[in-house]
Design a protein around this ligand. Structure first.
Ligand code: HEM
Length: 410
C-alpha cells in the first residue's frame, strides 16, 4: 500500500485550488474507495470515488436521498429544510418526478433552437471583440455569454438582466472565494444574502405580466400544477433558482477549462482545428476533464453496503464525479486529455433520475463556442496566470487572460 497523501480532507479548499485533489482521489480509489471524511465539528461524510460505486449510488435513489441538497451543508445554506421537496435537485420521488415533468417544458425543442440562436449571437460578438483587441479575459468576457444566451432564450431576460443574474449566482456558488465576494463571504451569511437577492430577482419577474403570460421559465412555472394544485410561489422561486444556478455556473466553467486545456495541449488543439468531426468527442472530453460539479451529496435512508463498506441510515454520502471521471477501471490513461476518446462514459452530468436536465442546453452552448473556434481556426495562448475558483463543489476559473488569434475572420 503506497503512503497516503499528506491530506485526505476533501473539505480542504486549498487541495482543489492547487490541483492536488487528483492525486488524493487516485489514492482513495485504490486504497479506500468509500472513505469516511471526518469533519471538525465531530461529524463527517462518506466520499465515494469509484465510477462503478457512483453509478450504483445514483441508481439507488430509494436509498440515497437528495432531500438534504446536493452540496454539503445544504445547497441553500440555512434554508435547507425549506428547500427539501420544493426544489427539483433537492427532492425525491414522487415529487422529483412531478417537478421534473413540469421543468421539462422549459427545455422544449423550440426553446433549445432559441438558445442556439441567442448563444450564437453573443458568442460571435464576444469572440469578435476579443479578436479585435488581440485577447481578453476568457472567464469574464466570453464564457459567461453561454449562460447569458441560455437565460435570454429560456427566461426571456434582456442581456443586462442575464449578466446581473449570472453575477449573483456566481457570487452564491463562489461564496468562499474572496475574488467573487470582494473579500467577504467566508461564512454562510454571504451565501444566504446572495440567495435572498436571487429570490428577489425572480420575485420581481413574477410581478411582470409579460413574464407570467410568456412561454419562458417563469410563465411555465407560474401556470404549472403539481398533483392538481398550482405551484406555490416558493416552489416557483426555488426552481427558478435551481435552473439559474444549475445553468450559470457549469457550462461557462467547462468552457474555461476547455479553453485552458487546449492552451496546455497545443497538439490536441491543432488536431481539433484540422478535424472538425472531433468537435463532439472533444466537448465530451472537456466535460470529463473539467468535472465542474465535483460531487453531489446524498443522505442514506437505510443501511446499505457500497463498495464493501456499510453506510448507515442518516449518514451523508458524497459522490465524487471528478474522481469517477479519472477512474482507470473505465477510462484508459485517465489523466491524458484525449479529444478522440470514444466511448466516454463520463459522469459530469451525474446519472440516474437527477441526471442533468440541462445537458442538452450545455451541449448546445459548448458546441456553439468551440464550433466557432474550429470554423475560424481560433487559437488561444495564455496571457497571464489563470485564477481557480475557491471551491470543492464547483471547479471553476474566475480569471483566464488569453491572447486570441484567428486564421479566418469575417
Ligand atoms: C457543463 C454543464 C453542466 C454540468 C456539468 C451539470 C451538472 C449537473 C449534475 C452533476 C447534476 C446532478 C445533480 C444531482 O444528481 O444531485 C445536474 C442537475 C441539474 N442541472 Fe445541470 N449541469 C450542467 C448544465 C446545466 C444547465 C445548462 C442547466 C439549466 C439551464 C442545468 C440545470 C440543472 C438542473 C435543474 C438539475 C437538477 C435535475 C434534477 O434534480 O432532476 N444544468 N447538473
Amino acid at each position: 500500500m503506497s503512503a497516503p497523501p499528506a491530506t485526505l480532507d476533501l473539505t480542504d479548499l486549498d487541495l482543489f485550488v492547487n490541483g492536488g485533489h487528483h492525486a488524493v482521489f487516485d489514492w482513495l480509489r485504490e486504497h479506500d474507495p468509500v472513505h469516511w471524511n471526518a469533519t471538525r465539528d465531530g461529524s463527517g461524510f462518506w466520499a465515494v470515488t469509484r465510477h462503478g460505486d457512483l453509478v450504483t449510488a445514483y441508481r439507488e435513489h430509494g436509498v440515497f436521498s437528495s432531500a438534504a441538497g446536493a452540496m454539503l451543508g445544504g445547497s441553500i445554506g440555512s434554508q435547507i429544510d425549506s428547500a427539501t421537496g420544493l426544489m427539483l435537485v433537492a427532492s425525491d420521488p414522487p415529487r422529483q418526478r412531478q417537478l421534473r415533468h413540469v421543468l421539462h417544458g422549459a427545455f422544449a425543442g423550440h426553446l433549445l433552437d432559441r438558445v442556439r440562436e441567442q448563444v450564437t449571437g453573443l458568442v460571435d460578438r464576444a469572440v469578435d471583440r476579443a479578436l479585435a483587441d488581440g485577447g481578453c479575459d476568457f472567464a469574464t468576457e466570453i464564457a459567461p455569454e453561454l449562460p447569458a444566451g441560455a437565460l435570454m432564450a429560456m427566461v426571456g431576460l434582456d442581456h443586462d438582466q442575464a449578466r446581473h443574474l449570472i453575477s449573483l449566482t456566481r457570487r452564491m456558488i463562489g461564496y468562499r472565494d474572496p475574488v467573487l465576494t470582494e473579500g467577504g463571504g467566508t461564512d454562510r451569511f454571504g451565501l444566504a444574502e446572495t440567495q435572498a437577492e436571487i429570490f428577489e430577482f425572480f420575485a420581481d419577474l413574477l410581478q411582470d405580466p409579460r413574464m407570467t403570460r410568456g412561454d419562458g421559465l417563469v410563465g411555465l412555472l407560474s401556470r404549472a400544477t403539481l398533483n392538481g394544485r398550482p405551484m406555490s410561489e416558493e416552489e416557483v422561486l426555488f426552481n427558478c433558482m435551481n435552473v439559474a444556478v444549475g445553468g450559470n455556473e457549469t457550462s461557462s466553467y467547462t468552457a474555461c477549462t476547455g479553453a485552458l486545456t487546449l492552451t496546455a495541449h497545443p497538439e490536441q488543439h491543432e488536431r481539433l482545428l484540422s478535424e472538425p468531426v472531433l468537435l463532439e468527442p472533444a466537448i465530451n472530453e472537456m466535460l470529463r476533464w473539467a468535472s465542474v460539479n465535483a460531487y453531489v451529496q446524498r443522505v442514506a435512508k437505510r443501511d446499505f453496503e457500497l463498495g464493501g463498506t456499510t453506510i448507515r441510515a442518516g449518514e451523508s454520502v458524497t459522490l465524487w464525479n471528478v474522481s469517477a471521471n479519472r477512474d482507470a477501471r473505465v477510462f484508459d490513461d485517465p489523466h491524458t486529455f484525449d479529444i478522440t476518446r470514444t466511448p466516454n462514459r463520463h459522469l459530469a452530468y451525474g446519472s440516474g433520475i437527477h441526471r442533468c436536465i440541462g445537458a442538452q442546453v450545455a451541449q448546445i452552448e459548448l458546441e456553439t463556442l468551440f464550433g466557432r473556434v474550429v470554423r475560424d481556426k481560433i487559437r488561444f495562448t495564455l496571457a497571464g496566470p489563470p485564477a481557480p475558483l475557491r471551491s470543492n463543489f464547483i471547479l471553476g476559473t474566475t480569471s483566464l487572460p488569453v491572447h486570441v488569434t484567428a486564421e479566418r475572420h469575417h
